[in-house]
Design a protein. Structure first.
Length: 100
């Protein structure tokens, strides 16, 4: 098993960190963009760019709503994203187990 078999969408460090944080939520739960940004210590532009890549792969859902008069963005890991992350972790464990 080689590195090329790891999901390149998840494997980028910023996206791996993002998915890891979102995976800690229960299925169906979401996190606000500012909270996720704070936990990851990323700029809003950098996080938005990586979220777009994850959203294009249908690994996360991005929901923009109004709370009162303020727009709020919520991010959630989709079932496809959860399955992809589980597969990624299994492949990584297998790769590490074969490394001398």
């Amino acid at each position: 098993m080689g590195m090329q078999e790891l999901d390149p969408v998840i494997h980028a460090q910023a996206r791996l960190r993002t998915i890891t944080v979102l995976d800690a939520l229960r299925a169906g739960d979401s996190m606000s963009f500012p909270k996720l940004q704070g936990l990851l210590g990323m700029t809003s532009g950098n996080l938005a760019t990586h979220l777009r890549k994850l959203e294009d792969s249908q690994y996360v859902s991005v929901e923009k709503i109004l709370e009162g008069r303020s727009p709020v963005t919520y991010i959630a890991l989709t079932s496809k994203g959860r399955a992809a992350f589980e597969n990624y972790k299994q492949q990584l464990r297998a790769l590490l187990a074969t490394t001398p």
